[in-house]
Design a protein around this ligand. Structure first.
Ligand SMILES: [Mg+2]
Length: 263
């Protein structure tokens, strides 16, 4: 019997360039080649509307068996919503406000080459904090990212938050170019795995798989087979390798079966 496999993809930097729509060639490959062999699913840290914008709008639910936004705190199977939780229930309004107030104060004292708008984005299971503001153009994102690589703005910010809130049970995760995510322990991308059942293998593909990256926990999880990718092109290459392997294994099994029949 061949194994039942699902391929689960991170979005930014894995099947799309950061913040960009999926290219027609990658989409065609996933939909017409990969989906013939395996079930496919996506898990992003962003909000659902953003992931939809990148992956085919309303049709996203036809294309992917599972769609997980906000690490799976917002989850759909065949387009039907699955149960979820919220960060305000988890933390309580009081702690939540302390956290937001501290972050806004910290940002107000930061001097950067430039600042834009939307510094804190409140989602269902994640608080997204951007020292430069999320309303950046693509070019500004890249500029901030370069600046951050040199000056470690996000890392220092996270250190300050950890020091201020040691007991809130929060995890900080740098993903993308301009922000970091904050969420309760266990609400990283492994959260979505509780919704996936009935597979022999879950293959996860992600680009931020080193410690501190937003794919780290799910990549390392015992429940997944992790694939570290450098971008959409690499994802396609690694999928081709996986497809070839599965095909070879199936042929081997079939020839074993026919050998047994002969014997
Ligand atoms: Mg990514």
């Amino acid at each position: 019997m061949s194994k039942k496999i699902i391929c689960l993809f991170d979005v930014d930097g894995t099947i799309t360039e950061p913040q960009q729509p999926i290219t027609p060639s990658v989409e065609k490959f996933l939909y017409e080649t990969v989906k013939k062999e395996f079930d496919i699913a996506v898990v992003g840290g962003s909000m659902l509307w953003k992931i939809q914008e990148q992956l085919g709008g309303e049709h996203i639910f036809e294309k992917y068996k599972y769609v997980f936004a906000e690490n799976g705190l917002v989850a759909f199977k065949h387009g039907n919503a699955l149960p979820s939780q919220s960060i305000q229930n988890m933390l309580g309004e009081d702690s939540l406000q302390d956290f937001i107030n501290f972050s806004l104060r910290y940002i107000s004292e930061l001097k950067l080459p430039f600042k834009r708008g939307t510094f804190i984005e409140f989602r269902k299971g994640i608080i997204n904090v951007s020292p430069v503001g999320r309303n950046c153009t693509k070019k500004e994102r890249e500029q901030f990212n370069e600046y951050d690589n040199e000056h470690h703005i996000r890392e220092k910010f996270i250190q300050a938050l950890k020091k201020e809130f040691p007991d809130l049970g929060l995890i900080y995760s740098i993903g993308g170019q301009i922000s970091f995510d904050v969420f309760p322990i266990g609400w990283d991308k492994t959260y979505c795995l509780r919704h996936i059942q009935g597979y022999d293998e879950i293959h996860f593909f992600g680009d931020k798989t080193i410690e501190g990256g937003n794919d780290y926990e799910i990549y390392e999880s015992d429940l997944t087979i992790g694939h570290r990718v450098t971008g959409p092109k690499d994802t396609v290459n690694q999928l081709n390798v996986l497809l070839t392997l599965v095909k070879e294994n199936r042929e081997k099994e079939q020839s074993n079966v026919s050998m047994q029949c002969v014997l």
